[in-house]
Design a protein around this ligand. Structure first.
Ligand code: G3P
Length: 229
């Protein structure tokens, strides 16, 4: 399913070795099968070098993990929105906690991504920053408390009141932005809890990428998302 529908499960491959090259392709194929089986949209965000490989082999949305807010020309070691779009990306993460940008650059990155027809998931680290980001009109804003990232302790069950506050502030500033949350999401119940807190999906990484059986985890998550609809 190439169309982005809600709720969404977005899987950030980060720089885990378990998701590089052919291994990343395997996870993406598992995500495609689960998405076809359940009807739940699953986005994968591999490293830049794997976007072309994965986007050419699966029919689910592939996102970049980052783009630089530059125009084409004389820059070295950066990545243009047009380059990831040409490789097959349908969107991009921006301002992940592990790749932060200053506000002016987030604004420009969203603008440049739109020019390249890329959807944007912009990450935020607390409810107030989430609100500021929503003023810049990305497609999605993903609230992820840095302290819970990679811990397996889910934001949606450990800090439900902060998720609620983040969603409320985001909606107040810009109801057109789709709220997501992430950090520590590892089970179907974590996904269901996130949706019950009025997010429209999750952004996650280690719970799937480092799982013994990524497909089984994704299946459980997607079925759980389905049941909350
Ligand atoms: O981008 C997703 C992320 O930062 C959360 O990571 O490993 O806690 O799911 P993780």
């Amino acid at each position: 399913m190439m169309k982005i529908t809600l709720p969404v499960i977005a899987v950030n491959f980060k720089t885990y070795l378990e998701s590089v090259g052919e291994k990343g392709l395997e996870i993406a194929k598992a995500a495609e099968e689960v998405s076809n089986d359940t009807g739940i949209c699953i986005i994968v965000a591999p490293q830049q070098s794997d976007i072309g490989l994965i986007a050419s082999k699966v029919d689910i949305p592939v996102f970049a993990q980052h783009i630089d807010p530059f125009t084409p020309g004389s820059h070295t070691g950066y990545i243009l929105p047009e380059a990831v779009a040409e490789a097959g990306a349908k969107g991009t993460l921006i301002n992940h906690s592990e790749h932060r940008l200053i506000l002016a650059d987030i604004d420009e990155a969203i603008r440049r991504a739109k020019e390249a027809n890329l959807k944007t998931i912009v990450c935020s680290n607390n409810p107030e920053v989430s609100a500021s980001i929503c003023a810049l009109s990305p497609d999605f804003c993903a609230y992820e408390p840095p302290a819970l990232i990679g811990t397996g302790i889910s934001v949606s069950t450990a800090e439900p009141e902060v998720v609620t506050k983040a969603v409320e502030l985001m909606q107040k500033v810009n109801p057109a932005v789709v709220p997501l949350c992430g950090a520590g999401i590892s089970t179907g119940e974590d996904v269901a809890a996130a949706i019950r807190l009025k997010t429209r999906g999750v952004l996650l990484a280690s719970g799937v990428v480092k799982a013994k059986d990524p497909k089984a985890v994704l299946q459980e998550m997607a079925e759980s998302a389905q049941k909350t609809l």
